[in-house]
Design a protein around this ligand. Structure first.
Ligand code: ZN
Length: 491
């Protein structure tokens, strides 16, 4: 018997071959069907968007549509497709980009929706520091802020602020601003409420008091105020005393402490001098017609280097000269009134015109510095004859009137000759001054610190050295100094 035996290996191989044939048939049929269908569709345009059909765009940025791919069959017709694009990138909103192609009376189209949005938060800037300390909550003054949005513009008025207490002395101020699209920006500032401010002590009367030996010294006291506690004058404690029977410099010290322990101090210097001219050789340097920005600082520097106090008979000053006046006060010099104006024709026109010219400057000094000026010097001196051109006999009346109204006027008995020309040689000024000083009297020296008097400032160091060598001492004019008067001409 013969049996055809099929071995298992061979059977498996046959199955694989059969399967391969079946797959090949299916693929072939599929390709044929696809080709048939493709041929059927190929005469219709096909439009397909490149990219997504909905896109979002930040307002105020540029927009370029990604475009379209269009074909009919194998033919690329992209260039022939028309496009309607009215996207306004400057305005938030929804827009459409429409591609269309007309083919055999039918319109084929595709559209993309473009949403222009504002997702940018406003810019918020705070003025001032991010941490601010005040003595009391009510002293806090909002330093301000600014909010701008690239799309909505200025939003400063829409900023909302809230204050949150963090602890006993700390607050957080929150600033919030949102644009019309709801984009929000938040900033914060720390506010610390803590009294770190010292009280302010103001002396009644002058910081430098010159008093005659054997005279009576009455302390005018001081006032103290604190930003939190208010008037604390009652809390001032005073130390130091003045012996008017002994020449020297005395210090009266005032101190005041506020409730939070901030302490302030102020000192008055009381100089007890023997004004009796028979005892000492004194020089009172006086500078008229200033202040000037070029000469006055030099004069002040020289006086400071030599620890000398002098007297400035000033005229009206511009705002930029205020620091110079303040410096005169701080450094212990006396400020006298020469007059708001120096114009002879105006000020010697009438008695009242002259007095107004004095009061105008006195009031300005008081308002600007709290300085009470009582000494005056007549422009041209009380002996001037120029006033006769404008008012006969005015000087005779004025010398009485100024004293009746509480002023003390000073002329001079030494002239530095710095007014004999525009700019007088330094040597002439030095010699004129030194040679006219007289021992055992009060020498009141006329000098000038107006802007042309550069040589006066230059002469000053040598004048001081030489006068000191001769045994002179320098003092400022004060109400205690017996005034030096000329004999009046126009009376
Ligand atoms: Zn003058």
């Amino acid at each position: 018997m013969s049996i055809v035996e099929v071995r298992p290996e061979k059977r498996k191989k046959n199955i694989i071959i059969s399967l391969a044939i079946a797959v090949a048939v299916i693929v072939a049929v599929g390709i044929t069907v696809a080709a048939f269908l493709g041929a059927f569709k190929s005469d219709k345009p096909s439009l397909s968007l490149i990219g997504k059909s909905r896109v979002e765009l930040e307002v105020l940025t540029e927009y370029e549509d990604a475009g379209i791919k269009a074909t009919i069959g194998k033919e690329d017709i992209t260039d022939k497709v028309s496009c309607k694009n009215d996207v306004d990138t400057k305005k938030v909103g929804e827009y459409e980009v429409i591609y269309s192609y007309e083919h055999k009376g039918e319109v084929y189209s595709q559209k993309r929706t473009v949403k222009v949005v504002d997702k940018t938060a406003p810019k918020l800037t705070l003025n001032g520091k991010s941490e601010i300390t005040v003595s009391l909550l009510k002293f806090y003054k909002e330093p301000g802020f600014k909010a701008t949005d690239t799309y909505d513009g200025d939003l400063t008025k829409s900023v909302k602020t809230t204050q949150t207490k963090i602890n006993k002395e700390t607050y957080e101020i929150t600033y919030t601003v949102a644009d019309k699209s709801g984009n929000e920006t938040v900033k914060t500032r720390t506010l610390i409420v803590r009294d770190k401010v010292k009280p302010v002590i103001s002396l009644n009367g002058q910081e430098y008091v010159y008093i005659e030996l054997g005279g009576k010294y009455t302390d005018k006291g001081a006032r103290a105020s604190d930003d939190v506690d208010g008037d604390i004058t009652q809390k001032i404690s005073k130390s130091g005393s003045v012996d008017t029977n002994a020449e020297g410099t005395y210090y009266i010290k005032y101190s005041a402490t506020d409730k939070n322990g901030n302490k302030a101090t102020a000192t008055r210097k009381v100089i007890v001098f023997n004004y009796n001219p028979s005892n000492k050789n004194r020089v009172f340097l006086t500078f008229d017609d200033g202040p000037s920005s070029n000469v006055t600082p030099k004069v002040l520097d020289v006086l400071k280097e030599n620890d000398i106090k002098a007297t400035f008979f000033i005229c009206n000053y511009a705002d930029d000269k205020k620091p110079l006046i303040q410096r005169m006060i701080n450094e212990g010099h006396t400020i006298g009134i020469h007059g708001y104006s120096h114009d002879y024709a105006k000020i010697y026109k009438s008695d009242d015109a002259f007095m107004k010219n004095i009061y105008r400057l006195r009031d300005k000094l008081k308002a600007d510095f709290g300085y009470e000026a009582t000494l005056i010097r007549f422009p041209g001196g009380s002996s001037n004859s120029i006033s006769k051109n404008y008012n006969n006999g005015i000087m005779g009346r004025l010398v009485k009137r100024v004293e009746a109204e509480g002023f003390i006027y000073h002329d001079w008995n030494v002239s530095s000759n710095d007014a004999t020309g525009t700019t007088v040689k330094t040597k002439i000024i030095i010699n004129a001054t030194i040679n006219t000083l007289v021992k055992k009297r009060n020498n009141v020296v006329l000098m000038h610190d107006s802007s042309s008097k550069t040589t006066t400032a230059a002469a000053l160091p040598e004048i001081i050295v030489r006068a000191k060598q001769k045994g002179y001492i320098f003092l400022p004019l004060t109400p205690d100094v017996p005034p030096c008067h000329h004999s009046v001409t126009n009376k």
